[in-house]
Ligand binder design. Sequence first.
Ligand SMILES: Cc1cc2nc3c(=O)[nH]c(=O)nc-3n(C[C@H](O)[C@H](O)[C@H](O)COP(=O)(O)O)c2cc1C
Length: 101
Amino acid sequence: MNDRSCRPDIVKTPDIAPYDVIFVGFPVWWYREPSIIDTFLESADFTGKTLVPFCTSGGSNLGESTDNFRTLAPGAKVLDGRRLTHRDDDAALRAWILSIR
Ligand SMILES: Cc1cc2nc3c(=O)[nH]c(=O)nc-3n(C[C@H](O)[C@H](O)[C@H](O)COP(=O)(O)O)c2cc1C
């Protein structure tokens, strides 16, 4: 995480082609997305896709993550994203997801 150019390998990179809206979830590490998420964002051309960052954390919010998504996937529409907690029950998650469509 100290080396911003670090790109850990992904064992099997997902094929994003069939999807228009892609939710990308991760634990916040040092106020941003883990480096393997950066590997994913650079693994494909997200032009025309919508990316929805979401995270868990020990308490901090998404931090730099959303800005980093916009830098690493410049063709995508990157939504502001959301931190999920144990207080987000099924109804809250459903309402959030439906608000995105
Ligand atoms: C290396 C590392 C860095 C972390 N950095 C942060 C951080 O900057 N802010 C934060 O709120 N939590 C941080 N955490 C906590 C994780 O985000 C948290 O453990 C993760 O989201 C999983 O949450 P859970 O244990 O409640 O499932 C960090 C955890 C690790 C292992």
